[in-house]
Write a protein that binds this ligand. Structure first.
Ligand SMILES: CC(C)(COP(=O)(O)OP(=O)(O)OC[C@H]1O[C@@H](n2cnc3c(N)ncnc32)[C@H](O)[C@@H]1OP(=O)(O)O)[C@@H](O)C(=O)NCCC(=O)NCCS
Length: 352
C-alpha cells in the first residue's frame, strides 16, 4: 500500500498588515495586553472587494503545485478546509476548482468544516484516499478570511484581536519510499462544549437546544423569518463567541496528549521530533506545550506573532514558511497538531 507524501507546500497572506496599535483605533485594547496574553504583534487582513477565502486559497494552491512540480490540471481531488467560506453554499472546493481554471470534471471537491483542526482532519482524509489508491494528486487547502466577520468594537475584543486572514496549501501524492510519508493521523472530538467557541446564528437550530445560549431566536415567527432576526443583528450574534479561558484550559491538555499519543504509536519520543508545527492558536499555548514535551526552541515552529490565528490556514502557512526558512527538511520527523472549536483536536505524524 502506498504512503502519503507531502509533495509540495505553498501559502499566501494578504499584504495589509494591522498591528496591535492599529486595532486600538477600533476598540479598547493595547499592544501590551495582546502581546502578553497571546504573543501576537500583527496580522494580515484582505482588502475588501479584492480577495476572498477562495482567492487566497487559489494563490496558495498555485504555489503548492509549483513546489510539487505539477500543473493544476493534474490535481484529481480538492479538499478545502475553512470556517469562513465565500458562500453559505456551495463550498469553497468547487469555487477553487473554478478559480484555478480546472475544467475537467473527473475530479472531486470536498469541504471540511472543522475550524482550527480542519487542515489536520483534511490531511487524514486525504491520507486514506492516497493509501487506497483512489487519487494521485490531492490538493489540500486551508484558508480563512476572518476580517469581514469579526466584531472590531470593544464588545468583540477578546476574539477579534486573535484572528487574521491567510491561506496555505499542500499537494499530497503516493510514495513507496521507506523514509517518507504519513506515519499516522489521529482525530478526536467532544461536542459537550460546542457553543463555547462558535458562531451559532444564523443557523437552522431555531433555538431548540435550549441551553444558556442567546440564539437571537424570534419566538413570534413560525415559518421562515427566524433565520436572521433583528435580535441577531442588533446584538451582533453573528460574530464569533468564545469562552477564552475554557478554550485555553482544554487546549493545553489536549495538544500534548495528541502529540505524545502519535509519537508513542510510532515508537518515538518527543526527543526524536525534528519539528512540531502546532496550530497557531496562541503563542502561550504553544510555549506551554513545548515546555510539557521538553522540546528545544528549534523543534517548534511558531509564526502567530506575525499572522495571528488563521484557523484552518495556520498549519499550512507555518509549514510553507518553515520550508522556505530551511527549518523543514526532507527526511525530517514532523508532527502537526491542532485544537479548536467543537471541541476537536487532531495530530498528524510524518516523515517529510
Ligand atoms: C482570549 C485570551 C487571550 C483571553 O485571555 P484571558 O486571560 O483568558 O482573559 P479573559 O477572557 O479572562 O479576560 C480578562 C480581562 O481582559 C479583558 N479583555 C479581553 N480582551 C481584551 C483585549 N483584547 N484587550 C484588553 N482587554 C481585554 C476582559 O474584558 C477581562 O476584563 P475584566 O477582568 O475587567 O472582566 C485567552 O483566554 C486565550 O488565548 N484563550 C484561548 C483562545 C484560543 O486559542 N482560541 C482559538 C482556539 S483555536
Amino acid at each position: 500500500m502506498p504512503k502519503t507524501k507531502i509533495a509540495g507546500i505553498g501559502h499566501h497572506v494578504p499584504e495589509n498588515i494591522y498591528t496591535n496599535d492599529d486595532l486600538t483605533k477600533y476598540m479598547e485594547t493595547s499592544n501590551e495586553w495582546i502581546v502578553e496574553r497571546t504573543g501576537i504583534h500583527e496580522r494580515r487582513f484582505i482588502t475588501k472587494g479584492e480577495d476572498t477565502t477562495t482567492s487566497l486559497g487559489a494563490k496558495a494552491a498555485k504555489m503548492a503545485c509549483e513546489n510539487a512540480g505539477i500543473e493544476v490540471d493534474e490535481i484529481d481531488f480538492i479538499i478545502f478546509a475553512t470556517l469562513s467560506p465565500d458562500y453559505y453554499f456551495p463550498g469553497c472546493g468547487v469555487l477553487l476548482q473554478r478559480e484555478l481554471g480546472i475544467t475537467k470534471t473527473e475530479i472531486g471537491a470536498l469541504d471540511i468544516r472543522n475550524q482550527c483542526t480542519g487542515f489536520v482532519y483534511g490531511l487524514s482524509v486525504a491520507d486514506q484516499f492516497i493509501q487506497s489508491g483512489m487519487y494521485k494528486n490531492i490538493l489540500l487547502v486551508g484558508a480563512e478570511v476572518h476580517s469581514v466577520a469579526l466584531d472590531f468594537s470593544t464588545r468583540g475584543r477578546n476574539v477579534s484581536v486573535l484572528f487574521g486572514d491567510g491561506a496555505g496549501a499542500v499537494v499530497l501524492q503516493p510514495t513507496t519510499e521507506e523514509n517518507q510519508g504519513v506515519i499516522n493521523t489521529e482525530l478526536h472530538s467532544d461536542g459537550t462544549y460546542a457553543e463555547e467557541l462558535s458562531v451559532i446564528s444564523p443557523g437552522s437550530h431555531s433555538g431548540v437546544y435550549n441551553r444558556e445560549v442567546n440564539y437571537g431566536f424570534d419566538e413570534e415567527s413560525d415559518l421562515g423569518g427566524f433565520f436572521i432576526t433583528q435580535t441577531i443583528l442588533d446584538e451582533g450574534l453573528f460574530h464569533p463567541h468564545m469562552n477564552g479561558p475554557l478554550v485555553f484550559k482544554k487546549a493545553v491538555v489536549k495538544f500534548p496528549e495528541v502529540i505524545v499519543s502519535a509519537l508513542k504509536k510510532a515508537g518515538y519520543e518527543s526527543n526524536d521530533l525534528d519539528l512540531l508545527i502546532p496550530h497557531q492558536a496562541n503563542l502561550r499555548i504553544s510555549q506551554f506545550v513545548q515546555k510539557v514535551l521538553k522540546l528545544r526552541d528549534d523543534q517548534v515552529f511558531n509564526n502567530i506573532q506575525r499572522y495571528g490565528n488563521t484557523t484552518a490556514a495556520s498549519i499550512p502557512i507555518a509549514m510553507s514558511e518553515a520550508l522556505i526558512e530551511g527549518k523543514l527538511k526532507r527526511g525530517d520527523l514532523v508532527c502537526l497538531a491542532a485544537f479548536g472549536a467543537g471541541f476537536t483536536w487532531a495530530s498528524a505524524l510524518f516523515r517529510f
